[in-house]
Design a protein around this ligand. Structure first.
Ligand SMILES: [Zn+2]
Length: 315
């Protein structure tokens, strides 16, 4: 357990076979014998038991809430098991719970690309287990659901602390970035990763227009510290948020310039923007371009026709 501020701690959620450099973060807020978790991590025995050991090591801690920033299984799948063990309530935004429920049976984009098994093809070591486990975890998370649904600006109290719910859609529709008023700690969820940029899927699953508005809304809080969905703590939140806004605006200008030069399909835009692209992340790159185009179209700055990589674009 690592101290972020005197009331906020980061708990370890490492699992050996997580396919990305930074596993999801779980944070614990504590005051006056009460506690709240921000996100839940995975339900596998090993990482779950480590989290429980930390929680039990704090004398007389009553865990009141498990606040889920968004439904993706790397943040939500451990919630039900944690609730069973602690009696805490699972809290989620009202627009997010339906996505959690649907993700048990539907293909809803997530942060972590879970590979699919092609008929007759052998999967590499460990991948089959990863597919089976994630399918099971999504189901578990969906069946458990939330105990308390919240809206923008609702507050929860933890001891003498106030945790404000900040609706920050874009990565998902009901994404929240809870803000701890004492100490100015913003829990960014997956809107900000400690490094790199997050995935913002095109509508209906994500929304670039909303995402950039959410980053600005988060900036207006003037947080002192930002805890992210993955990766290290950010000590200059507004600078980091500005970097992310600038990055998206630059990409937008680049897309408009390329279309102006005659690149009039999504496929050709992806090729020009990501010339060295690894085939495995082609889908993700395409979805980022589609997201930007949907924002530009909403703003009346681009026109599109068709779907996916074959979509035609004009300005
Ligand atoms: Zn996510």
């Amino acid at each position: 357990m690592e101290e972020v501020t005197p009331h906020v701690y980061s708990l370890d959620v490492k699992i050996d076979w997580f396919p990305q450099p930074f596993p999801p973060n779980v944070h614990l807020i504590m005051d006056g014998g009460e506690g709240a978790l921000i996100d839940a991590g995975f339900p596998d025995d090993e990482s779950f038991n480590t989290r429980m050991e930390w929680l039990r090591s704090v004398p007389d801690l009553k865990l009141k809430y498990i606040v889920i920033t968004h439904h993706h299984f790397d943040h939500s799948s451990g919630a039900a098991k944690l609730r069973d063990a602690t009696g805490a309530k699972i809290v989620m935004h009202k627009d997010e719970e339906p996505l959690l429920k649907r993700s048990a049976t539907e293909e809803i984009p997530s942060d972590v690309d879970v590979p699919k098994q092609d008929a007759g093809k052998e999967l590499p070591e460990g991948v089959k287990e990863w597919i089976e486990r994630t399918a099971q975890w999504r189901k578990e998370a969906a069946e458990a659901g939330a105990d308390e649904l919240v809206s923008d600006n609702d507050t929860l109290s933890i001891g003498g602390l106030t945790l404000r719910m900040v609706h920050s859609p874009g990565h998902t529709a009901g994404h929240i970035s809870p803000f701890l008023e004492q100490g100015g700690v913003l829990f960014a969820g997956d809107n900000v990763l400690g490094m790199g940029t997050t995935v913002v899927p095109p509508p209906p699953h994500g929304d670039m227009f909303d995402y950039i508005a959410s980053l600005k809304k988060m900036q207006a809080l003037n947080a002192d510290v930002m805890c992210c969905g993955h990766g290290p703590v950010v000590r200059e939140p507004n600078r980091k948020l500005q970097e992310l806004i600038d990055h998206r605006h630059e990409r937008e200008e680049q897309i408009l310039a390329l279309v102006g030069e005659g690149r009039d399909t999504v496929k050709s835009l992806v090729k020009a923007i990501y010339p060295e692209l690894d085939k495995r992340i082609l889908g993700m790159a395409t979805s980022q371009v589609l997201s930007h185009l949907s924002k530009l179209e909403r703003e009346g700055r681009a026109k599109t026709d068709g779907e996916g990589a074959e979509m035609r674009v004009s300005v």
